[in-house]
Design a protein around this ligand. Structure first.
Ligand code: CA
Length: 232
């Protein structure tokens, strides 16, 4: 298998070095940047398979870098956050980061997260050549195998995670799932995340799918319990 390329954008050289050492040992190809500007340039030109992105960086912070990369690319971005308050900010800003990990983190956990995020992308590209499996729900058509969704014939741009959540719920119409269940089923057991991640993803999905995201017709909230998908 061709080795995957990870771009580390982190200004603390000791942290960057230790991550680089461990990822190289795991067989990854590693590129490093020590400030946001250089990081953005390498992210756009270096075709990494995944980006590890620190938040507080000289010249351009991680929020800006994430936003700019997302304008042109769906490469998985794993945010490195220093404290809990930053997690709130990452979730609140809805930058389109795929995942985050709070410092200090263990190398095994970091590597597990990197592999899980890369696996999802590989899965997605293999899905695109799969036979179609189109289901219609009102004015939405969802190709469950090819990860493609259209509303009134127009393709919607969903992130992989948004699609996986939608697919999971749509294949189980009218069944209510708690946020904990969704985190475990859609994000995977390895994910030590926060249930707010589910709420943020639901909110983003609604903004894309619904005519009026404050009055959803597809992804419904069961108060005090969780979410379910309904045919309108
Ligand atoms: Ca930093």
């Amino acid at each position: 298998m061709e080795s995957k390329k990870i771009l580390i954008i982190e200004d603390e050289k000791t942290i960057s070095d230790i991550i680089q050492f461990n990822l190289t040992k795991e067989g990854f190809e590693v590129e490093t940047a020590y400030d946001g500007k250089d990081g953005l340039e390498k992210a756009l030109n270096g075709k990494p398979d995944l980006i590890l992105l620190d938040l507080m960086l000289p010249l351009m912070d991680g929020f800006q870098v994430c936003k700019r990369v997302r304008e042109v690319s769906n490469v998985p971005i794993l945010m490195l956050t220093a404290k809990e308050e930053e997690v709130d900010k990452v979730l609140g800003l809805e930058l389109g980061a795929d995942d985050y990990i709070t410092k200090p983190f263990g190398m095994r956990e970091l590597i597990a997260r990197i592999k899980a995020n890369i696996r999802r992308v590989d899965l997605m590209s293999s899905m695109q050549s799969a036979p179609s499996n189109v289901k219609e729900f009102g004015n939405l058509t969802i190709d469950l195998n090819r990860y493609e969704i259209r509303k009134n014939g127009q393709v919607l741009e969903l992130t992989l995670r948004e699609f996986e959540l939608l697919k999971y719920l749509a294949e189980r119409e009218n069944r209510v799932f708690s946020r904990e269940q969704l985190l475990e089923e859609v994000w995977g057991y390895e994910y030590y995340g926060d249930i707010r991640t589910v709420d943020v993803t639901v909110r983003r999905l609604r903004e894309k799918l619904e005519d009026d995201s404050s009055n959803p017709q597809y992804i419904m909230t069961k108060r005090g319990i969780g979410y379910y998908f309904k045919r309108p």
